[in-house]
Every structure is written in C-alpha cells, then in structure tokens.
Write a protein of this length. Structure first.
Length: 101
C-alpha cells in the first residue's frame, strides 16, 4: 500500500511527462499533469481507458469530437479515444491509463 499527496506533488513540463508517472504496474499507470494558464495538450490517440481527476483548476477536455469542461473535484472517465486538453486558468490533474488486454 502507498499513499500519495496529490496536492503537493510537483509536475515536470509536458515535454518531460514520463517523469510525472508516480505509479506504474502492468495493468495501469498514474501520473500528474500540470498545465499553466493558456497551455494545452494537443490531440493524441489513446489506446487505453483513461481517468482524469482534477486536483485543482479547470480545463476543457476533448474526447473525439465532444468537448467538456472539467473542474476541481470532478472526474472524467473515457474509453480509448483521441484526447486533447486546454486550460485558460491553469490545471493540475491526476491521469490514470488503464491497459486493455
């Protein structure tokens, strides 16, 4: 068992996103995603189920062609899809990728 304090975890810039993985096993991996005001993650094809939990801030997430805002305390769960994210005010998110067999 391990406990992680998500609010105090620091994140590396998206160019070094692999350093943000704080837990990984065969079935899934968890990472911190932090975007400053006005930043975005361009569209990427996810071959796994994804869970985003907003630690603080807000972001707009696009899943395929559907856009939705997510705010602090909210959780978004999606099956494999094309995902992108942008924020006007900054956001810190825990992202979990769940592998499919």
């Amino acid at each position: 068992m391990r406990i992680f304090d998500l609010k105090t975890m620091e994140a590396y810039p998206k160019e070094e996103r692999n350093k943000n993985v704080f837990y990984q096993v065969k079935e899934f991996k968890a990472r911190i995603i932090e975007l400053p005001s006005g930043d975005e993650i361009p569209a990427c094809e996810m071959k796994s189920h994804v869970i985003f939990y907003v630690i603080n801030g807000t972001a707009e997430v696009r899943v395929n062609e559907e856009k939705t805002p997510i705010r602090e305390g909210q959780c978004l769960i999606t099956e494999p899809a094309t995902l992108s994210m942008k924020t006007e005010s900054g956001v810190k998110i825990m992202g979990i990728q769940i592998k499919i067999n």
